[in-house]
Design a protein around this ligand. Structure first.
Ligand code: ZN
Length: 181
């Protein structure tokens, strides 16, 4: 459904909640803890991390792997009401996608979304699902919060880290993803 379908921001937000609930997908999110830098790869001089790090998954910090249900889109047009205050950040990269998440799932820049194949059916993923295969990695490059009538959503702008999939996948496979209740 093109975003231009929505007439107002409030309508768009309501629709996105619905989209996440109805056709959203479960992804693995790397919740980083800014209090603890990664001992294995963090470079304090450059303030960067190894994108293929097997400890922090490239975030540079200790992480907890979480399950998030999100709505993914590769389209974010500037001509519709929803995007009226969106900057140009993130528009040029064909590899990028936009990740819509709810208020409880607040992203942080440089964290990763792992697009995975799960070992459980959709209805069981939250409780029991663990990843079988890593399909893509999206790094958060820019976060756009949206608040209308007290309802928060976040739009993560991302770029793909496809080139390190083969290095990250084995680490992901042996790291458990927390149960989501
Ligand atoms: Zn690291």
């Amino acid at each position: 459904m093109p975003l231009g379908y929505f007439r107002t921001k409030a309508q768009a937000l309501k629709q996105f909640t619905h989209l996440i609930d109805s056709i959203g997908i479960w992804v693995v999110y790397t919740r980083s803890d800014p209090r603890f830098v990664c001992r294995k790869c963090w470079n304090p001089d450059k303030r960067d991390a190894d994108p293929a790090c097997g400890t922090c998954f490239g975030t540079g910090f200790q992480v907890e792997l979480q399950k998030w249900k999100v709505y993914l889109s590769n389209i974010l047009r500037k001509t519709t009401p929803l995007e009226s205050d969106i900057t140009d950040v993130g528009f040029s990269n064909e590899q990028s996608i936009f990740v819509f998440s709810k208020a409880v799932d607040a992203p942080v820049i440089n964290d990763r979304y792992f697009l995975v194949e799960w070992d459980e059916a959709e209805s069981n993923i939250a409780k029991f699902g663990q990843p079988l295969r890593l399909l893509n990695i999206y790094r958060v490059t820019f976060i756009q919060p949206m608040l209308v009538d007290g309802v928060s959503h976040y739009i993560s702008h991302t770029d793909s880290q496809r080139e390190v999939i083969n290095k990250v996948e084995p680490v992901l496979m042996k790291t458990g993803v927390a149960r989501r209740d």
